[in-house]
Design a protein around this ligand. Structure first.
Ligand SMILES: *Cc1c(COP(=O)(O)O)cnc(C)c1O
Length: 342
């Protein structure tokens, strides 16, 4: 396995040695937010391109030191909906379970950037048992979503035990995992790991991908392995200034996902995570992009553009809205048509 040859980059010094971030301010960023760039991702970065979309996502930037007044440590209110450690239960029918606090890579725009990192502790056995007890005791929970941290950093054995324990809960209909591993460290997607996801209940995987350059041959193979094992894949993308905030880039990304049997699910508007203002577009810009895609891109390749309302009120689609004035609907090119519905 290739990624065994070198280790993950975790310090400002390592980045400088790789010629990726020479700015002395990066030390200060590193002191505040975790850094990790896997050898796989490192190989995909074009050093000659100052705007490389992978470097932008993973290589720290001095602008992260600027926290805007509207930014917050817990942008979508995880803490206000956490009945027991490791669980976030905001909607009646589904709950997040965060078994791990580490990731293979640390995205510079992460909305949990204050909570994840190599120092963050995974749930210990007693805490995990408590979290599972909460799910068992709460019959409204029909879906358990493993997120974190990245649940695929767990060993195949621990992941398999966890998936089987959740699948054994009668009122849980399906399990979902959110992960960056297939594109960040595809060598981890071994037969053993895929086998750990086999359960009596349906298991779905949401892969976080923000640019088509992330879909390397190894990443495509890792995704194929999951789909071939009967695990449906959906794609989750964050709209990021300077990475994917133009229609051509998003068109290529969403087409690449569908070609690889990944259904684009959400395009997230950037959360108000601290030090991420340089990544955020306006919602109007996001709506303009969605309009352009609506005019030219297969419906199968269209995600829903969503905002996670700051504070924990939930995710909502933020348009655009094609119903104009009363009795009028707008087509994807902006022409108005009359329509009467009753
Ligand atoms: C995002 C999120 C979910 C999942 O929402 P879906 O719209 O089903 O993808 C569930 N719970 C919490 C707390 C979330 O933040």
């Amino acid at each position: 396995m290739d990624s065994g040859r070198r280790t993950t980059i975790r310090t400002a010094g390592d980045l400088a040695r790789e010629g990726l971030a020479a700015d002395p301010a990066i030390e200060a960023v590193a002191a505040r937010y975790a850094i990790a760039v896997t050898p796989h991702v490192l190989d995909l970065i074009d050093r000659a391109d100052p705007a490389d979309p992978l470097a932008r996502q993973y290589v720290p930037d001095a602008r992260e030191l600027t926290t805007m007044p509207e930014e917050r440590a817990d942008p979508i209110g995880d803490d206000t909906h956490s009945p027991v450690k490791g669980i976030v239960h905001r909607y009646p029918d589904r709950a997040l379970l965060k078994p791990a606090h580490a990731c293979a890579v640390y995205c510079r725009f992460c909305f949990r950037r204050e909570m994840v990192g190599p120092g963050g502790e995974a749930l210990d056995a007693a805490e995990l048992a408590c979290a599972l007890d909460y799910i068992r005791a709460t019959p409204t929970i029909r879906e358990v979503i493993l997120t974190g941290g990245d649940p695929l950093v767990l060993s195949a054995r621990r992941l398999g035990d966890l998936v089987r324990d959740i699948a054994a809960i009668e009122h849980v209909d399906w399990i979902r995992l959110h992960t960056r591993i297939p594109v960040a460290d595809p060598a981890r997607v071994t037969d053993e790991l895929v086998g750990a996801l086999k359960a009596d209940k349906a298991v779905w995987v949401a892969v976080h991908v923000n640019h088509a350059n992330e879909m390397s041959a190894d990443a495509r193979a890792a995704c194929a392995k999951l789909v071939d094992a009967g695990i449906p894949l959906v794609g989750q993308t964050v709209l990021l200034k300077g990475v994917n905030d133009d229609a051509a880039t998003l068109d290529t990304l969403f087409r690449t996902l569908v070609k690889n049997r990944i259904k684009p699910y959400y395009l997230h508007h950037g959360d108000l995570a601290p030090g991420t203002a340089h990544f955020r577009t306006t919602i109007a810009q996001g709506q303009t992009l969605m309009r352009e895609l609506r005019a030219t891109l297969s419906g199968l390749a269209q995600p829903v553009y969503v905002l996670d309302i700051p504070g924990g009120a939930g995710k909502v689609p933020v348009g655009p809205n094609y119903l104009a004035d009363e009795g009028t609907v707008e087509d994807p090119r902006g022409r108005r048509h009359s329509y009467s519905s009753n």
